[in-house]
Design a protein. Structure first.
Length: 219
């Protein structure tokens, strides 16, 4: 199989986003009181972990950050860096904490778009209010989270926002490619029976950096 082009991956991401949008709009259309809407930021303030996104999602987020004012963009980047070591639960670094809205709404991660509208088996992925509504309206047709996860994996390896930002700060687009390769190395090692798992992104990145210096990885 040949290497997928960037256009193919971006197109696939758009298709995934559109499928999630249609699912969410259908649910809201049938249940006007659905709480997931502008101004509801409960989930954004209580994340179990730092958001993870694919490379294509990160490039959209990075572009959206660049469109913000310099002061706001720098504030968000600082929050992204700090979120790596922040105690749990985490406040999303992309959240406007005053208005309760997403600062990069059009570029927000797929996971954010799907939250409150998808389920995995019998478990609804949403806050307590969503779970309560789900029990009240058993006819709700939830999106299939397992399928969504498979579709996202088809876009390539994911990483946390601080990891993507850190790779960008170390040298731009080539380093984004390097991080993608290092994550792929980690994924392959974890899934291999004859190699020790690379337990942290730093370990995987270190191996990728070494191979890069030896000229074994392409820019």
């Amino acid at each position: 199989m040949g290497r997928r082009s960037t256009v193919d991956v971006v197109s696939r991401l758009y298709q995934i986003q559109e499928a999630v949008r249609q699912r969410a709009e259908e649910v809201v259309a049938n249940h006007p009181s659905w709480p997931c809407r502008k101004g509801c930021d409960d989930c954004c303030r209580q994340l179990a972990s730092v958001p993870r996104v694919t490379g294509e999602e990160w490039q959209s987020i990075a572009a959206a950050l660049s469109a913000l004012s310099d002061d706001t963009a720098e504030l968000v980047r600082r929050r992204i860096r700090e979120s790596a070591d922040a105690p749990r639960p985490v406040i999303c670094p992309l959240l406007d904490r005053d208005s309760g809205t997403c600062l990069v709404y059009e570029a927000r991660p797929v996971a954010c778009r799907a939250y409150g509208f998808y389920a995995e088996r019998e478990y609804v992925l949403g806050c307590s209010r969503i779970e309560s509504i789900g029990q009240q309206f058993p006819e709700v047709v939830w999106g299939n989270h397992a399928v969504l996860e498979d579709e996202l994996r088809s876009l390539g390896a994911d990483a946390t926002l601080p990891e993507w930002l850190g790779s960008e700060n170390r040298g731009g687009v080539p380093n984004l490619r390097r991080l993608q390769i290092s994550l792929l190395c980690r994924e392959r090692a974890v899934n291999s029976d004859d190699r020790r798992p690379l337990r942290t992104p730093a370990m995987a990145a270190g191996i990728a950096d070494h191979a890069w210096k030896l000229g074994e990885l392409p820019a």
